[in-house]
Design a protein around this ligand. Sequence first.
Ligand code: G16
Length: 543
Amino acid sequence: MPIREIQTKPYTDQKSGTAGLRKKVAVFQQPHYLENFLQSIFDTETTLRGKTLIIGGDGRYYNRDAIYTAIAMAAANGVAKVVVGQGGLLSTPAASHLIRLRGAGGGFLFTASHNPAGPDGDFGIKFNVAGGGQAPEGLTGRIYEHSKTIQRYRIVEGASLDLDRRGMQKLEDTEIEVVDCVDDYAALMQTLFDFDRLRDWFKKGHSLRFDAMHAVTGPYAQRILVEQLGAPQSTVMNGCPLEDFGGGHPDPNLIYAKHLVDLVNSPASPDLAAASDGDGDRNMILGRGIFISPGDSLAMLAAHLHRLPGYRDGLKGLARSMPTCRAVDQVAKALAVEFHETPTGWKFFANLLDAGRLTLCGEESFGTSSSHAREKDGLWAVLAWLNVLAATGLSVREIAQQHWQRFGRHYFARHDYENLSAATAATVMQALADATAHLPGKSYDDYTVALADDFSYRDPVDGSIAVNQGLRVVFGDSARIVLRQSGTGTEGATLRLYLERYESRETALAWETAEALAPLSNIADQIVRIGELTGRKAPSVVT
Ligand code: G16
């Protein structure tokens, strides 16, 4: 089969966002669009030559086509070996683990995360580097620059491969190994959690309901929860990955997993209910009659992590993204461990993890993970919660109540304003940016602004600096308002307004989140003026 050089013309929109390149499927289906982006990676990250490359995806529409193209281009660009998940499936955390396990030069993860799939849905690529984490901003910037001038790409024409047959195949000089997507990940989980104790927990009649949302975690949940831990088959809902995710929106939050919220508020509630997203890196945690916000989940796991076998040596450090509520800060203080506040985007944790300065980190966007991988990990979070429940003998509600009594409670909500024009989003951001200089010292009801700025971050490991990472208005420890523009959308611009209020008074620990945040929401109206400037009466989604 000949290796061909194909002439092409550059596209100007191949700039990666918070987590890779995400676009409508139709955009990726334009002539040479996918090939241009992949060749830009091969031309920029030349160290992939002669190395192993991990390839997989979340199984969405166009996944297989993209993977065949990626393998044919890898072979034409001198990659020594491709390891690909059977059927083209690999969850994002499993792919990150495989990159580390195989000492690979990097990985292509075909996913648009929780965004809907199908011919009219979204598609995406994340490029992860050696070490397992997402390419840092400097590298994605260089790939983008290259994509604007690209003139040709290399591909093996007429390649014929069988993605469904496990084992070795060959394409020109490149070995192609098709692997089971679960094996190595499940083996890793067994080193981190007490599987005997978890089996007992199920044997005693405790129950879990896990919704795989017809996305990639189905096979992982089936193997680990049902086959290895002995949970009943009914534990896993929507466990069969489908190209269109069953027409659903695999975003595990209060809106798109409302059926789980209804379930835990009914007499049929399991002890733990959970869901993951399209590519298996997000998680949502619920107990009987209670939703655990992602920031709380991070803090509660941090407080209990020493109970889990993989973490008995103690915590090296904790981190959260800037907009994530500050609950974990309290735990870091109490445990006297290193703590970091990073910009939104899992890639910002990677250097700290590689340097051995972090054990656990998380984000408000339903992401939690530990040093076992360089991506957030949905099923890991579910297993961690299960292990905490089994080790303490407490319910989810009891864990939460004890936590809030000890550390106080951070009420948190995110208000998303979706599909705005770029100009409108820029106007809102600019108006708040202009106001920040005059805000410190001003009082609104019981709150006084202590700090107002545009968040920037200096990576303590490599010294790189990220600016314009979100506007924050901080009322001391009592409350915060944060505004930033999403970097993962594929239609128009999305503004995210984050509200956080801290209470440690005994009588203030069991409020409804929306009521607790109502006064702060009014203050945000006055300071950010998002309704006034966008003409929107309410956010599109509140999570
Ligand atoms: C990605 C990133 C996360 C980020 C999230 C939301 O998650 O990996 O670090 O928090 O997007 O980003 P934004 O607020 O810019 O939309 P995922 O699960 O979509 O890959």
